[in-house]
Design a protein. Structure first.
Length: 122
């Protein structure tokens, strides 16, 4: 009997044989999505978005892509999109409490922005 992780590794290896050029692009996108190549969060958002649009139903990979894209969106100050991605993470993986903490953090940042940009009252 092969453990689940063994089957997963086999499935990933088998899918890699299907189309090498797609596999190379996907691999590059995973690297860019999770590592912010050249410190460029916009590039990470683009790579994560391509991964999420790909025909890949592997839940774990989608959760990671949403999580990484949310962090890149935070770096870009795109608070609402980041919160939406963190909500997708929670929908898929309710036990990942860090995503809920990040949503609260974003809401605190938004409140701070509102308070600090409001005109001072006399």
């Amino acid at each position: 009997m092969i453990p689940i992780c063994g089957w997963l590794a086999f499935a990933v290896a088998l899918s890699a044989c299907d189309n090498p050029s797609i596999n190379q692009q996907t691999s590059a996108d995973w690297d860019r999505c999770q590592q912010y190549n050249d410190g460029n969060p916009a590039s990470a958002v683009d790579a994560c978005t391509r991964l999420l649009q790909a025909d890949d139903d592997r839940l774990v990979r989608r959760v990671y892509a949403y999580n990484w894209r949310a962090h890149a969106l935070m770096d870009l100050g795109e608070w609402e999109r980041a919160k939406a991605d963190f909500r997708k993470v929670i929908e898929s993986e309710p036990s990942y409490t860090f995503a809920a903490q990040q949503i609260r953090h974003i809401e605190e940042l938004q409140e701070y922005e509102l308070r600090s940009s409001a005109p001072l009252q006399k």
